[in-house]
Write a protein that binds this ligand. Structure first.
Ligand SMILES: *[C@@H]1O[C@H](CO)[C@@H](O)[C@H](O)[C@H]1NC(C)=O
Ligand SMILES: *[C@@H]1O[C@H](CO)[C@@H](O)[C@H](O)[C@H]1NC(C)=O
Length: 156
């Protein structure tokens, strides 16, 4: 109990700004070994081909192995229009100062990226609200975590 209390106090001190807030996203239906409790993005208006900062945090009951993927499925009017696949360790873990494998427990990672801009499929001069289904997938394709929600993107 004492150890647990010290751990809790420690967590509160090292993560004073990590809110338990999914920015309007919800967990997907199902049961997943990683529970995402924090998801945030900046700026509030995401503009194609401009920088965006994403934050993700939560609690994992499994090890995140080298070769895991971050997959964002983007739907427009219920139609799957884009699938963004990235190496989870290289885009999220390493730039945040960590390394894979990530042991079970609490985690918090950030990713600075350019908002996607794909001239062949993206509109011009339009604001679109898209459903984003964000997952973490282990190297053999098993979904470890899933949240989904709507984001407005501005296409120039
Ligand atoms: C993204 O922005 C850069 C720099 O402003 C520009 O050169 C490039 O053409 C843009 N790409 C797309 C796909 O809009
Ligand atoms: C998109 O949204 C921004 C910010 O709300 C607004 O300034 C802009 O006029 C909108 N563009 C279009 C094409 O509706």
């Amino acid at each position: 109990m004492f150890k647990f209390t010290v751990f809790l106090i420690f967590m509160i001190f090292i993560s004073p700004s990590i809110s338990e807030d999914l920015s309007g996203f919800v967990e997907c239906e199902g049961t997943f070994p990683i529970k995402i409790t924090h998801f945030a993005y900046q700026p509030e208006l995401i503009i194609a081909n401009r920088s965006v900062k994403l934050e993700i945090g939560g609690t994992s009951t499994v090890t995140i192995e080298e070769g895991a993927h971050y997959v964002n499925m983007v739907y427009r009017d219920d139609i799957l229009t884009k699938i963004h696949v990235r190496d989870f360790c290289k885009t999220w873990v390493e730039p945040s100062g960590g390394h894979c494998p990530v042991e079970p427990g609490k985690f918090y990672f950030e990713w600075n990226l350019l908002a996607s801009s794909i001239p062949q499929i993206d509109p011009i001069n339009m604001n679109i609200t898209e459903l984003n289904r964000i997952t973490i997938v282990n190297p053999v394709g098993y979904t470890l975590a899933c949240i989904e929600g709507y984001l407005e993107r501005i296409y120039l």
